[in-house]
Design a protein around this ligand. Sequence first.
Ligand code: FAD
Ligand code: SF4
Length: 525
Amino acid sequence: MSPSPARLCVLLGDQLDDASPLLSRGPDAGTVLWLAEVRAESTHVWSSKVRTTLFLSAMRHFRDRLRQRGWTVIYRQLDEADNQGSLGAELARTLAQLRPRQVALVQPGDFRVLRELEATCQAAQVPLQIHPDPHFLCPREVFHAHVGGRKQLRMEFFYREMRRREKVLLTPEGEPEGGAWNFDEENRASFGREGPGAVPAPRRFLPDALTREVIALVEAQFPGHPGQLEAFDWPVSAEEAELALADFIAHRLPLFGRYQDALWQGEPWLYHSRLAAAMNLKLLSPRRVIQAAEAAYRQGQVPLAAAEGFIRQILGWREYVRGIYWEFMPEYAEKNALQATEALPPFYWTGEVPMACLRDALGQTLRHGYAHHIQRLMVTGLYSLLLGVRPQAVHEWYLAVYVDAVEWVELPNTLGMSQYADGGLLASKPYIASGKYLQRMSNHCAHCPYDPARATGSGACPFTTLYWDFILRHDALLRGNPRLGMQVRNADRLSPAERSRIQEQAQRLRASGGIPPTVPSDTLF
Ligand code: FAD
Ligand code: SF4
């Protein structure tokens, strides 16, 4: 290795991208690649063991791949005795040792990391060149132009622009395939009484020697962190991610749209893809995923509604939330439009809670580092929204526990979509519902000691109590939103006595950490 390379290329744990612009020239004598495992990335939020394991294992697999391809790689392991513990400190040391003429970096996925690396290079007086990230389909300046002078941002309009821009699911005349931009009326069914039947199990990727080494490291270094590693089976390389994609397209995409919003006790995956983590680490390109889904439709393997519903999540939502993040950071992270101040209930970190829907979502979150979108939005997210938890505490939890959690995607989803903390910038209404919604979309209520139809009394469903309480607390805000008119009008029918009982019961729930103080006797845990 040259003692003073022309270029030090920093690759972050979520930039394990074969197509990175930093790798496009191929290995050359003047370039050194740099990756570092550091403690701070697992402790700035209380990162789950599953999430940390996935990141470190994927990084080590990528390191070996780069070395096999002839790159010079400096790789700092977490357990090296002199590891400085933070990206900034580790980079500062390498800069002092190597004195490169330039540091190159692809736009990070986290504002905090960008600031830290900028400050480090500035202090070391080494120029930092930041490249746009071609992994994403919507460059930041294109999103900025989309925001333009619009009073209101809506994903649907952005998505249509992206369909046209990327020529996805269009007819030869440039119109939306099937004559509509979305087919939601064919999607979003529940499983009904019969249940989901035999859902095709997703392909698993059992830990190889490298991953087992990381599992041992994580257990030793982060023993008190949340999460369990016994069931770890996430793809950790580009090859495994490709196999996971093929498995999803062949077996679960056909019913993805239809059951996108359904929940079922003990079924963590249903028809979801499990591809977010691989995409967010850049093991898998979103273009590749979208092309595969469109090809499956064009070859008659999946209905249009399924392909479109799936593509919308990636070409629409994924790009849209990233645009929002970079457009509105750093102020976005501090938003709290509903002025929510409650602490996050401790049971979010343990899963020990009598409410069946929460217990199921939290249990699988800790076991797999995964919950599907409706569990995140309409179970864990809904409950903290209704309780009035400070959105920044909710954000820290989501960033900590999911394998696919990187701030650019997690923060707008949590603060904007789920907690309405941005006051409606990202979503057109707060996503609120009572226990009856969960009863309709899942079988959880049949396994629960509470009654989704009851808002008060000892067997009342806490979601239902807090739902009415939320409407009463935020009456002025909700009354002004045409999408919530019916819910507000229903609350208008509550008698003064019913309102008081609901509000008192909600207060008792808050005082007892979100769990009803008296649990009916047939509680299951
Ligand atoms: P599928 O259901 O199979 O969906 C396909 C793909 O679409 C996903 O892999 C993902 O890349 C994309 N997608 C779907 N919905 C969204 C969305 N709302 N925003 C961005 N991309 C989307 N997603 C993350 O990738 N990381 C997060 O940290 C994250 N945090 C979330 C927090 C909250 C409160 C909520 C409500 C949603 C969050 N999401 C996050 C979005 C979504 O829930 C996950 O992308 C999805 O559950 C991942 O599972 P999957 O790969 O099986 O997705
Ligand atoms: Fe969840 Fe309420 Fe249904 Fe219990 S009754 S599973 S708490 S929605």
